[in-house]
Design a protein around this ligand. Structure first.
Ligand SMILES: Cc1ncc(COP(=O)(O)O)c(C=O)c1O
Length: 474
């Protein structure tokens, strides 16, 4: 066993023995070299390996602290592994939650976007002003589908930094990831086709299925281990599936990231059954730890993965700039785009290109990731302190969502309505499913600073849950 592995093992034993508790700071790198007699490099290797295994997390000011233990929720499998839904009909609660998120002074735990103060607004605005000043009269035509050439180059180089080869010619710039995802689904299906989705899943996928008249195979998905691959295989064998729309990194709403082996297996299964994967990877930049997780596309050797992402969660939401790495489907996606929105906004494409070529996106991302990791951890701690013991709080590394499970007899829609009266929003589980399976769950956004106001809001939510638990029929 290498020296750094021995150190890892000894730290894990200490954590298990309660020497270091969750949230507690480990000895600094320098201190650890004195304690262990190992070199700084060996200690650093051990800490980084522990971090990548999710045992510890690095916090900018406090060094390395012990990560929250993954809590395996008592997740009852009363529901089937997958459900076939002939008519996708999603409820009005999505619209209601989105509309209410605009209320002034709302404590917006229900929001899907990160705290806007984390975006580099002044720099972005300067890039926008620059684009407006220098934009040629032909800008609209120049930036027609597939979109700005420089921007596609930059995106292609970001794939290369992960060891992936995605030519700029395979990339189509879209109005946010959502347009890309919708165009992909349209490109690979016809009305009435079966499409695999996660359960629970991002509501945008369900809306898209409904709009296109598609049928859903809703696959059971676990808050920590992700989509049930055995159930997926059964669904693939029993139905003539055309596409699969899912997330493998920082999934919305549950937050999990699939390990590489699962991504590989998923890709193998789908290509065996010749099913297109529409991979929604909008949170890919928001990882914790030192290594960006690969998309499932990295394991696809048959060009059947359409990888969609955007700058909305990591840089600027309002520009509505995203992309699809569509491989051989790139031309078809462009044709569909020309028939719907025509093109992504030219000034926004130019402004974003200006930012990415003149500023350090990486410096911004490093700070963003660190802040998000700290805030998620802080909210997790507050939740553990104040929520009743019967509430299950799922912690996952990266992103900014925390998935919370209430006892099965409590409908989180009541919690949503009651908390809204106190000016607090949550995202109830009913938004993310075509079935009643997740009505006792809700999603919290942890990207906001966990100040006194937020702690008070969590205490209010806890009080409301206690009240609901008392009064809900069991
Ligand atoms: C999982 C997921 N996919 C796609 C989107 C849409 O991204 P964009 O704002 O870039 O269109 C969102 C935004 O909420 C999301 O959460």
């Amino acid at each position: 066993m290498a020296k750094y592995e021995e150190l890892m093992e000894s730290i894990i034993t200490q954590i298990n023995d309660g020497v270091w508790e969750i949230g507690e700071k480990l000895p600094s790198l320098r201190k650890q070299t004195q304690i262990s007699g190992l070199s700084l490099m060996t200690v650093l290797n051990a800490y980084q390996a522990l971090e990548s295994q999710g045992v510890i997390v690095s916090h900018s000011r406090s060094g390395y602290v012990v990560a929250p233990k993954i809590i395996q929720p008592a997740y009852k499998r009363t529901n089937p592994d997958f459900e076939a839904i002939e008519k996708v009909d999603i409820n009005d609660i999505i619209f209601d939650v989105l509309q209410n998120s605009r209320r002034p002074n709302l404590i917006n735990f229900g929001s899907v976007y990160p705290d806007a103060s984390l975006y580099p607004r002044a720099q972005i605005n300067r890039s926008l002003a620059n684009a407006a000043r220098t934009m040629p009269a032909s800008a609209m035509i120049d930036n027609f589908p597939p979109g700005n050439e420089d921007l596609r180059h930059i995106i292609s180089q970001r794939y290369a930094a992960q060891g992936m080869s995605v030519s700029p010619d395979e990339i189509v710039i879209t109005s946010g990831a959502l347009e890309g995802l919708n165009l992909c689904l349209q490109a690979v299906t016809t009305p009435g086709d079966w499409v695999i989705v996660e359960s629970p899943s991002f509501y945008g996928s369900l809306q898209s299925l409904q709009k296109l008249g598609l049928r859903a195979l809703s696959i059971h998905t676990h808050p920590q281990t992700g989509i049930d691959l055995k159930a997926l295989e059964v669904a693939l064998k029993s139905h003539n599936v055309k596409a699969c729309w899912l997330m493998t990194n920082h999934q919305n709403p549950m937050g999990f990231t699939l390990p590489d082996e699962n991504k590989q297996q998923l890709s193998r299964l789908l290509s065996k059954h010749k099913v297109y994967l529409i991979e929604d990877d909008v949170y890919h930049e928001l990882y914790a730890g030192s290594k960006k997780p690969l998309p499932t596309k990295a394991f696809d050797h048959r060009d059947m993965t359409l990888h969609c992402s955007s700058f909305s969660k990591s840089l600027v939401a309002g520009f509505r700039i995203g992309w699809v790495a569509a491989g051989a489907k790139a031309e078809q996606i462009q044709k569909l785009q020309l028939m719907s929105t025509m093109a992504a906004s030219a000034p926004m494409q130019l402004a974003l290109t200006n930012y990415l070529t003149t500023r350090s996106y990486e410096t911004h991302l490093r700070l963003l990731r660190k802040t998000l990791a700290q805030r998620k951890f802080a909210l997790w701690k507050v939740l553990n302190e104040h929520m009743p013991k019967y509430v299950k709080i799922n912690y996952s590394e990266g992103g900014y969502f925390i998935w919370v499970e209430l006892p099965e007899h409590i409908d989180a829609r009541y919690l949503y309505s009651a908390s809204l009266e106190k000016n607090i929003s949550i995202a109830p589980g009913a938004m993310f499913s075509l079935t009643k399976q997740f009505q006792n769950c809700f999603r919290l956004n942890s990207s906001f600073e966990c100040n006194e106001k937020h702690i008070k809001a969590i205490k209010t939510l806890a009080d409301l849950i206690v009240e609901l638990n008392k009064n809900a029929p069991k």
